[in-house]
Design a protein around this ligand. Structure first.
Ligand code: PLP
Length: 392
């Protein structure tokens, strides 16, 4: 493999020197042929692992048939995928786009349009401290990441924030200007902070009583990641709007905005985009949905999630670390110190890809079809690193 310089890539994030060239299942290979056990999986996008044959074949077949006919026309895979999402959720209609941030922009626009029509011009969307909704200007403004407080000013107005779990604080923020509340069922980028079932149920009831919309951002939690197809199902509630991304395309850029019929008030020209719902990406989404809906798939995610959780709890007990939290195969280990970035760096040197969304936290988001052996290998490697750290 010929080595290419990475100098022409714009610097937007600190990256290690490895250049990855191929992947298979839970494994990723760099230019030198070194392999890495991947528990980042494209930031939780590769729900079926690297290069799953059924996805690769569907993409190749669709590429030979039809790649893009413009969103001005219907195409078969988009219609099929929208039908699958509607059939397996509480939502009636789906709009496809290319990234999670774009899906959330769409949700914000839809809620504002709805507020304009049905709530006398209401436009505010209550979001949460430490929330992460994307990197466009509106979604950064909707996010509650403290490091972004003064970045790219002025912010997009209209996103009052409440602490997660505090229903009274949300209720206090609701005024005649409020159109919606937007919540991540598990705050992933904040360090894997789950909203409780009671909080989700309380929000659902509060939104209904107040005549405002309840939006769930399931970009990280959706598509089986927490052991249910969508995380809102754990709370036995039905939100009004949901956004999806990441796992929806199994690694290719595909995201979606789903809404109940009564909320769907976009008029021609309000929303769109050149690549939206193209047949190549939505064909990938169909393959992912079919895999997740196959008998036993989600039950296996629950089993593997329980297994990874128990192995991490053993590790935490052995090394005197903090709690393990999350749901399904979106888990975090609280380290009790700011060792996260160093552990991530050392794990990479030993062939394990991990992520540290906060310095005191390690996050685990393996492929949903990772094996117990792969989970054991990852935990064993982490155990060895923690032993070495203890010995230093
Ligand atoms: N919302 C949530 C909950 C996310 O976790 C992310 C990405 O990490 C986004 C939105 C943004 O998605 P994207 O990076 O595809 O724009």
């Amino acid at each position: 493999m010929h080595a290419h310089s990475t100098d022409a890539l714009m610097q937007v994030v600190k990256r290690p020197p490895q250049v990855f060239v191929s992947g298979s299942g839970s494994w990723l290979y760099d230019q030198g042929g070194t392999r890495y056990l991947d528990f980042v999986q494209g930031w939780a996008t590769n729900c079926l692992g690297h290069a799953p044959p059924e996805l690769a074949q569907a993409l190749a077949a669709q590429a030979q048939r039809l790649i893009n006919c413009s969103p001005a026309y219907f195409n078969e895979p988009a219609a099929r995928l929208a039908g699958l999402i509607a059939a397996h959720s509480c939502f009636d209609r789906v709009f496809f786009c290319n990234s999670g941030a774009e899906a959330n922009e769409g949700a914000i626009k839809l809620a504002r349009k709805w507020g304009g029509r049905h709530r006398a011009g209401a436009f505010e969307i209550i979001t949460f401290d430490h929330a992460f909704h994307g990197r466009t200007l509106a979604t950064m403004s909707a996010s509650g990441k403290p490091q972004w407080n003064h970045l790219f000013e002025p912010k997009v107005a209209g996103f009052p924030k409440a602490p997660i779990g505090n229903l009274a604080a949300v209720a206090k923020l609701i005024t005649r200007r409020t159109a919606a509340v937007m919540l991540e069922p598990v705050q992933g980028e904040a360090g894997v902070i789950p909203a409780t079932r009671e909080f989700m149920q309380g929000l659902r009831a509060l939104c209904a009583e107040s005549g405002i919309l309840f939006i769930v951002d399931e970009i990280q939690t959706g598509m089986g990641r927490t052991g249910k197809l969508f995380a809102y199902e754990h709370a036995a509630i039905e939100p009004d709007i949901m956004t999806l991304g990441k796992g929806l395309g199994g690694g290719v850029p595909l995201a979606a905005l789903a809404a109940r019929e009564a909320v769907c008030c976009f008029e021609p020209g309000d929303q769109g985009g050149t690549f939206n719902g193209n047949p190549l990406m939505t064909a990938a989404g169909c393959v992912v949905m079919q895999a997740l809906l196959a008998t036993g798939f989600l039950a296996a995610v629950v089993r593997k999630g329980d297994y990874l959780r128990s192995r991490l709890e053993q590790l935490a007990a052995r090394h005197g670390l903090g709690e393990v939290r999350g749901a399904g195969l979106l888990l975090a280990l609280e380290l009790g110190s700011d060792a996260g970035p160093l552990l991530v760096e050392r794990a990479l040197q030993r062939g394990l890809l991990l992520n540290s969304p906060r310095a005191s936290v390690l996050r685990f988001m393996p492929a949903l079809n990772a094996s117990e052996d792969e989970i054991d290998s990852a935990v064993a490697l982490l155990d060895a690193l923690l032993v070495e750290r203890g010995a230093q």
